[in-house]
Design a protein around this ligand. Structure first.
Ligand code: DQA
Length: 144
């Protein structure tokens, strides 16, 4: 089983960026944490981060046939990107949307996700555990 972890804009700054909302772990810390969890479940994982919408679209398109599922934190593109939503719908690779913070308790504009309706479901507000829960959700979905 192969799962792609996709991370959107500014998540490369985790650890430095608004730690009150996103915690002190870097994206590298999260990747190390997920690699350990994935090993236990015998899942192969790849991590990809981009600040550029089109690169995320390209990565979703390239996931077809190469990954069994995607766990995606689209970050700010969650609230704006028709292109990412359409890419998921186009490739039909099962995708779990995750967020570190609870987007439903924050500003009004964050409560809307354009990408979640293209996903199996959304996990939001569990800190870096959202990544682990996303891994488990994708794994259980694929196991059936
Ligand atoms: C985020 C929430 C988004 O609203 C925000 O733009 C992010 C991070 C989260 O993980 O909590 O960059 O996706």
């Amino acid at each position: 089983m192969k799962i792609l972890f996709l991370n959107g804009p500014n998540l490369n700054l985790l650890g430095l960026r608004e730690p009150d909302k996103y915690g002190n772990n870097t994206l590298q810390d999260i990747e190390a944490f997920i690699r350990k969890e994935a090993l236990k479940l015998n899942i192969e994982v790849e991590f990809y981060q981009s600040n550029i919408e089109g690169e995320i679209v390209n990565k979703i398109q390239a996931a077809k046939g190469n990954f069994d599922a995607i766990v995606m934190n689209p970050a700010a593109y969650t609230h704006t990107s028709v292109a990412i939503r359409d890419a998921i719908l186009a490739v039909q690779v099962p995708t779990v949307e995750i967020h570190i913070s609870n987007i439903h308790t924050r500003e009004e504009f964050r409560k809307i996700s354009l990408t979640a309706p293209a996903c199996i479901g959304q996990i939001t507000g569990f800190g870096i555990n959202s990544y682990k829960l996303g891994l488990i959700a994708a794994f259980d979905y694929l196991k059936g």
